[in-house]
Design a protein around this ligand. Sequence first.
Ligand code: BG6
Ligand code: MG
Length: 213
Amino acid sequence: MIQACIFDLDGVIVDTAVYHYKAWKKLARELEFDFTEEQNEKLKGISRMRSLQLILEWGGVDKTPLEQQELATRKNDWYVAMINGMTPQDILPGVETFLQQARAAGLRTGLGSASKNAGLILERTGLLHLFDAIVDGNTVTASKPDPEVFLQCARLLNITPAHCVVFEDAIAGIAAAKAAGMKAIGIGDPITLQDADEVIPGLDHMSIEKLKA
Ligand code: BG6
Ligand code: MG
């Protein structure tokens, strides 16, 4: 029986992929190569440093670890400037209703995100109070598809992994949920997320009745 819902942030609760894309594209342009939307898709669920390394590889550019740190900081400063302007209006459809329903039904709610900016986004969108536990890029050492983020979250919620369901939009996130021994509901394209137990277009297509069924 499901006792906890664990949510990814970017692409599930809010649509921040577009901000990540703009910031990475600006960086790529400064380094004099292009960065496409298709490439951005491949970075979903992937940590900031790993994303940068992939982008540099795609652009055929070599940078020292120190230079990589500086580039990642630069990208993040632009990204933070964009998410600082987020408001509750940026919450994806159905998210608040489903979180409230889940809590009213006695389920625990957690966040399992690769982002180091998760706290800021939840604060700006006014969603912090709807989560019993938050595990993000500041606390995990191994990023998705490693199950660490979801296992840490289940531990904080005090619920065994088999009783948790994860909502994820990234292939790496679905793999992480399955590796944690949890149910995985994909948000997005059923072909891309074929390893999920079920795929829905968004949380506005989910309800407690559906979850129980
Ligand atoms: C994930 C996003 O949620 O967080 C990735 O899907 C992003 O695209 C990662 O790279 C890390 O985010 P941040 O905010 O720490 O740079
Ligand atoms: Mg995501």
